[in-house]
Write a protein that binds this ligand. Sequence first.
Ligand code: AP5
Length: 210
Amino acid sequence: MNIVILLGAPGSGKGTVAGALAAAHDNLKHVSSGDLLRGAVAKGTEAGKQAKSYMESGNLVPDALIATMIKDVVAETTGDVTMLLDGFPRNLAQAEILAEMGTPVKSAVLIDVPDEIIQDRIAGRRTCPKCKAGYHVRNLPPKVEGVCDVCGEKLVVRKDDNPETVKDRLVVYHQQTEPLIAYYKDKGLLRTVDGTTGVENVAAAFLAAM
Ligand code: AP5
């Protein structure tokens, strides 16, 4: 098993790209820290109860909380698999935790999207609470408005997808997550793709880069 890290601002398309690639390639596994945390919140686990208020305000949850979840998923993943790790690490301390886990990091691919585009992307995002498929009301609409193409569930707007929280999430991204770009560049692992060119193009560029 090895790991490809997805880097990029909230709403840059990390989940969309990783989901599309994992659906098309048996040896790619999409692991989203946000989905793990939202799952824990929905189930009402102790970790979910701790994470809820951080997530709703757009802040990062404590490193140890998310690191435990990621370690569990890494431990249960075996064989000839590349894990597309979406949302972890989110700061330099988490990058060190990942390095200590010992699973080789093949590359860290930055999906580059300017902040001006992010607000529109997130304002139009709709997600399936059941199968986690993601949509956009204009860029990637479902076949039937408000209904998931994959499983038929009613689509929802995420609680942290309001304009005020998105602003806070961008501040957190620039302060805490952006330093990872230099961190992985120094290790010779950084690749960058233009995230503004449409979902299929970005997915193809990502696959070539990783
Ligand atoms: P998380 O779920 O990871 O959210 P995020 O990083 O803010 O990323 P998003 O899911 O918002 O965006 P995305 O890049 O996946 O974009 P998407 O593909 O949906 O984290 C949520 C919270 O959990 C955090 O705020 C934090 O509290 C906590 N957390 C998570 N990980 C943590 C960690 N490691 N440490 C501490 N706390 C952590 O695309 C967005 C929209 O754009 C969609 O509507 C999509 O259809 C559309 N779109 C995508 N690509 C394109 C394209 N190329 N062209 C046009 N439209 C596109």
